[in-house]
Design a protein around this ligand. Structure first.
Ligand SMILES: [Fe+2]
Length: 245
């Protein structure tokens, strides 16, 4: 594939990373007493182990320049010493802490069926997929958003950055703004990571067979993620409009 076609295939996946139930979370329509399910499932599917998932790509990668970017990402995620100040998985727990949730629940999360399947898929990609699949699924799919085109081209819409006081958890669930340390950290450190992540894949995955493997893995991640989010929506009591009555 030419670079442009490869980029486009990957961006299509990212642009489809949007789940029908998300607006229920951002508009405060999820019942407060069920919100912990969403945070627990996010934590246990990928947030807690994100540094390890990226590290698997690092270990498998034969390209020194790419390894440097990957290990920098791992180091920041695992320690926060390049920017956030604390390990990112720990900072994530400031959300449930700030919301007054029982944090011991996060030590023994039972994954919903779709969540377990999604996690198994992430493990498969990062353990057996090769460095390129592992790096794409973690640094592009997991860390990226539907606004990733904006990371690559000037003219494309950028990911919106509303003031932290307008964060849905603050507006609808009374989270103190100080508990948004992870959101703040991501805004400051991860701009550079996004660009580096795209560069690693686009500059170094050149063989058609590997490009196809990467695109296929990204499409698979999207499929599994959508199923996982369906299960979270159901567990959080969200009913899809068209399924009502
Ligand atoms: Fe992070």
């Amino acid at each position: 594939m030419e670079r442009e076609a490869f980029t486009e295939a990957l961006l299509r996946v990212m642009e489809a990373k949007e789940h029908w139930a998300w607006s229920h979370f951002t508009r405060g329509r999820v019942r407060r007493e069920l919100l912990h399910i969403h945070l627990e499932q996010e934590y246990a599917t990928y947030v807690r182990d994100f540094p390890v998932l990226v590290a698997r790509a690092y270990v498998a990668c034969p390209i020194a320049a790419v390894r440097r970017d990957l290990i920098e990402n791992v180091f920041e995620e695992e320690t926060g010493r390049l920017g956030a100040g604390r390990p990112h998985p720990e900072l994530f727990l400031e959300y449930p802490r700030g919301l007054g949730m029982d944090l011991t629940r996060f030590e023994r999360v039972e994954l919903l069926p779709g969540a377990a399947q999604y996690r198994a898929y992430l493990d498969e990609c990062t353990i057996h997929g090769g460095w390129d699949v592992a790096a794409a699924v973690t640094t592009l799919f997991l860390e990226g958003t539907k606004f990733d085109r904006g990371e690559l081209s000037e003219g494309a819409p950028k990911r919106p950055v509303p003031p932290l006081t307008e964060h849905p958890l603050v507006m609808h669930y009374g989270l103190p703004v100080e508990a948004l340390a992870l959101t703040r950290a991501h805004r400051s450190v991860e701009g550079g990571h996004r660009a580096a992540a795209w560069r690693s894949i686009l500059d170094h995955v050149l063989e058609p067979v590997r490009q196809a493997a990467v695109v296929g893995a990204m499409q698979g991640a999207l499929r599994e993620w959508l199923r996982y989010r369906d299960d979270v929506a159901t567990a959080c009591g969200i009913v899809r409009e068209r399924d009502r009555d």
